[in-house]
Design a protein around this ligand. Structure first.
Ligand SMILES: [Zn+2]
Length: 300
């Protein structure tokens, strides 16, 4: 028979209870005692870096609320930024090229020289991608090859604004695309997609920015009012030499106002435009060679 007043039995019954209490205490307490990395603490004020400072962050949202993401690799002081998809689904291959770069750097982080930090914004106009492909986030080459945007509808954001005319360099409400008038928004940076890119640039202060577009089959320098920056010309030539694309100082097929590259030039950030040869290929080996040439130019 059990004797409930027996001290021995009390110990037997209470021991598991105490162990459970102790475990609960340990597990509840662990997160509080875990040291918070200093960098994360410093970045807590800024929404750009709240989630994963050196991996993947949402830098803003499209008009329809689709996230615009940035992936960052390396922890060096010199920051380079690569941007795909500002012309959305019309140039979906520029999005796939940016994702190919993300995959490459994820698989081989050692590609990034120690003094560099590389950010990639793969899809700067996710509503434009959705308008053509009907997909959110990543998509495959097979999915994309089934559709071709011959009208150019997916080039614009949901407000029908050409985002690469919405930046603060010679901005005008109407600009052109191949001689056709396009909306450049109600003011420079009126569109949330352009704002997200602007804010990320102003925060990260990259040494250079590379935009992927299609399909002019060349690498272009940039300028706003004061001519081409010397570093811009250098990196255009370095990328062109390594990749095999032709280097072109000024895009003069038709007049462009409010382009992102021009805005960067106006704030002294070198920017180049890489135009793929078609709307359906990413020309990976050529571009990887060009990207590595930039890593070499800026890194040690
Ligand atoms: Zn484009």
């Amino acid at each position: 028979m059990f004797n409930l007043s027996s001290p021995k039995l009390a110990v037997i019954l209470l021991t598991p209870v105490l162990v459970l209490l102790l475990l609960a205490f340990i597990f509840i307490d662990v997160p509080e005692e875990k040291p918070v990395p200093v960098m994360k603490d410093e970045l807590v004020q800024d929404p750009v870096d709240v989630e994963e400072p050196l991996e993947q962050v949402t830098i803003g949202n499209s008009v329809s609320g689709r996230p615009i993401e940035a992936y960052t690799f390396g922890e060096g002081d010199t920051h380079l930024l690569f941007v795909g998809g500002i012309h959305g689904g019309y140039e979906w291959n520029s999005v796939l090229l940016a994702y190919a770069l993300i995959d490459q750097l994820t698989a081989t982080p050692s590609l990034v020289p120690q003094d560099l930090q590389i950010s990639v914004i793969p899809s700067a106009n996710p509503d434009g991608v959705f308008a053509v492909l009907g997909t959110e986030g990543r998509f495959t080459l097979d999915e994309a090859r089934k559709v071709t945007d011959t009208t150019g509808k997916g080039r614009f954001n949901i407000n029908n604004v050409d985002l690469n005319r919405n930046f603060d360099c010679k901005w005008q409400p109407k600009s052109t695309w191949r001689g056709t008038p396009v909306s450049a928004g109600t003011s420079a940076f009126s569109e949330p997609e352009a704002k997200a890119l602007r804010d990320f640039v102003l925060k990260k202060k990259p040494q250079a920015v590379v935009f992927f577009h299609s399909q002019s089959n060349a690498v272009y320098a940039s300028e706003c009012q004061n001519g081409i920056l010397p570093v811009t010309r250098d990196i255009m030539n370095a990328y062109a030499r390594a990749s095999g694309y032709k280097a072109v100082d000024i895009f003069d097929a038709y007049e462009v106002t409010g382009d992102a590259e021009g805005w960067l030039a106006s704030i002294n950030i070198p920017a180049i435009t890489v135009e793929l040869a078609t709307h359906e290929t990413i020309e990976w080996e050529k571009n990887l060679a060009g990207i590595k040439a930039l890593f070499e130019y800026f890194g040690h």
